[in-house]
Design a protein around this ligand. Structure first.
Ligand code: NDP
Ligand code: MG
Length: 393
């Protein structure tokens, strides 16, 4: 078996660390050829020492100098900046790119991997939310292989027929059911939501993740982003995508068929499962994940999401139905509001208010190209920052 070269964008994050864990279990199959990080330079240096990649990429010249210092005599070429991320995502010797940079910063390097026709393991969901239609056109044009890593979409991918061609009706599919844990505030009295802290919002009951996605899980904006992601990944109309709260996070999502069958993927909540699935597809490899113990789990519960508790989920549906620039505006406003909340500058309940006000203020416009997406993103960031400063403390 030939060894595949892998670029891990966002190697120092939660998905990146889990990806390197799976890669390290299969040295005969995978080699980490390039790693990227942003602020956690000590961790990136340790990853370079362990994996001996050919390239390491950071954000700035200063960060690059600091990383070089930490690497000592290790033979790793240190690069920096957005162009370097695109470069390591499209190197001819690279077969697979893990796209695990958080937020809008992940869009350009992920697109570079797509345009180069790579096997793209997509964890970053913001790229599809901002520019879903353009992104999927690029995938089609380049022949890139897109494999979803987000656990819900990976579960749907596994539950759809092999070789699914983007036509739900032809595949006999009547609904995609996205499961959601409901996050740490699912049962908190509504009045208490006024006072929740970033620490409480980041303490997810089932998953250990980066801070931004942890807050998104608490507000359920994460599920809203995932509805938009599913719309593009599977070419699914909005009314064929349903959100189901399932607090145990054992069923990662389901596909309902016209004959009454419902197929689901189950497993312990550990991202190494979807990562290993996407790395090895269509083969299966060990991921280091403990087998599912149904007797210990005992029961699985389900309920419908409460939109009064989770207004961000309703905002995501609103943006998806509006189309055009609205999802990019939603995403940018959310990134600004979540950063302000994590910084202690904005109350938890105001996150949804900032996003709603930003959607209200920015005129709807079609997105003809990536440039118009980036314009909407920049405008929404400015607007959301102003709104959030007004409501913040
Ligand atoms: P983390 O915050 O843990 O990691 C983010 C990664 O992106 C880090 O490597 C970080 O570098 C890097 N990064 C941050 N900002 C920039 C920037 N401006 N330019 C370049 N690199 C940057 O996030 P997660 O790993 O949790 O999530 C990554 C993506 O995967 C997100 O889009 C998330 O929604 C998605 N995802 C995550 C899941 C999870 O279980 N964690 C599940 C499903 C999807 P550094 O740390 O060095 O600053
Ligand atoms: Mg998910």
């Amino acid at each position: 078996m030939s060894q595949r070269n892998v670029t891990v964008l966002g190697a120092t994050g939660s998905i990146g660390v889990n990806t390197l864990d799976v890669i390290a279990r299969h040295p005969e199959r995978y080699r980490a050829l390039a790693l990227s990080g942003h602020s956690r330079l000590d961790l990136l240096a340790a990853q370079c020492a362990a994996h001996k990649p050919r390239y390491a990429v950071v954000g700035t010249a200063e960060a690059a100098a600091s990383l070089r210092d930490k690497l000592g005599s290790l033979a790793v070429e240190v690069l920096h900046g957005a162009d370097a991320l695109a470069q390591v995502a499209s190197l001819p010797e690279v077969d697979t790119v893990m796209a695990a940079i958080v937020g809008a910063a992940g869009l350009q390097p992920t697109l570079a991997a797509v345009r180069a026709g790579k096997r793209v393991l997509l964890a970053n969901k913001e790229a599809l939310v901002m520019a879903g239609e353009l992104f999927m056109h690029e995938v089609e044009a380049s022949g890139a292989v897109l494999l979803p890593v987000d656990s819900e979409h990976n579960a749907i991918y596994q539950s759809l027929p092999a070789g699914y061609d983007g036509n739900l009706a032809r595949a006999g599919v009547t609904k995609l059911l996205l499961t959601a844990s409901g996050g740490p505030f699912r049962t908190l009295p509504l009045e208490a939501l006024e006072f929740v802290t970033p620490e409480q919002a980041c303490a997810h009951p089932n998953w250990v993740m980066g801070k931004k996605i942890s807050v998104d899980s608490a507000t359920m904006m994460n599920k809203g982003l995932e509805v938009i992601e599913a719309r593009w990944l599977f070419n699914a109309p909005t009314d064929k995508i349903e959100v189901v709260i399932h607090p145990q996070s054992v069923i990662h999502s389901l596909v309902q068929y016209v004959d009454g069958s419902v197929l689901a993927q189950l497993g312990n909540p550990d991202m190494r499962t979807p990562i290993a699935h996407a790395l090895a597809y269509p083969e299966r490899i060990a991921a280091g994940v403990a087998p599912l113990d149904l007797f210990a789990i005992g029961r699985l519960d389900f309920c419908a999401p409460d939109l009064a508790r989770f207004p961000c989920l309703a905002l995501a549906y609103r943006a998806l139905n509006s189309g055009g620039n609205a999802p990019a505006v939603l995403n940018a406003a959310n990134e600004i509001a979540v950063a302000a909340f994590l910084d202690g500058r904005l109350a938890y309940r105001r996150i949804a208010d900032v996003i709603a006000a930003t959607l209200d203020k920015i005129p709807q416009a079609p997105v003809a190209d990536l440039q118009s997406v980036m314009v909407a993103d920049a405008l929404a960031r400015d607007t959301a920052a102003t709104v959030s400063a007004h409501w913040g403390h």
